[in-house]
Design a binder for this molecule. Structure first.
Ligand code: AMP
Length: 110
């Protein structure tokens, strides 16, 4: 298995896991871009949002992200959810994930 996120999910690689259930997991980004930077993803290997078939799963991942934002204390202040998909987005890890960013003023998208 050469997917780093699959290896974290299986326990073969370390990760600072903050949430998991049967189908989803969330852990802190190793290179945080904000005081709160958590990655929320399915445990099954879906390469990108462009390859999703179960849109209910996407809604459940967003629900987890919203709950984690509250738990992290950024729910009221505001936060950003980001999904990169494909080369020009800068997606580095081809395992669908939502970035939860918060805890500082986030710049305009560009
Ligand atoms: P993306 O560019 O959307 O694919 O985002 C990939 C993210 O995964 C980046 O923010 C990386 O810092 C993060 N990342 C890469 N390897 C690890 C790892 N082993 N543990 C936690 N986060 C990671």
């Amino acid at each position: 298995m050469d997917c780093i996120f699959c290896r974290i999910i299986s326990g073969e690689a370390p990760g600072e896991i903050v949430y998991q259930d049967d189908e989803a997991i969330a852990f802190r980004d190793i290179n945080p871009q904000a005081p709160t930077h958590i990655l929320i993803m399915p445990k099954s290997h879906i390469p990108s949002i462009a390859e999703v078939e179960d849109y209910g799963l996407v809604g459940r991942l967003v629900n987890i992200a919203n709950e984690l934002a509250k738990r992290e204390g950024v729910g009221e202040r505001g936060y950003r959810l980001v999904i990169n998909s494909g080369p020009e987005s800068g997606q580095e890890v081809p395992h669908l994930h939502i970035h939860l960013l918060g805890g500082r003023v986030l710049g305009r998208l560009g």
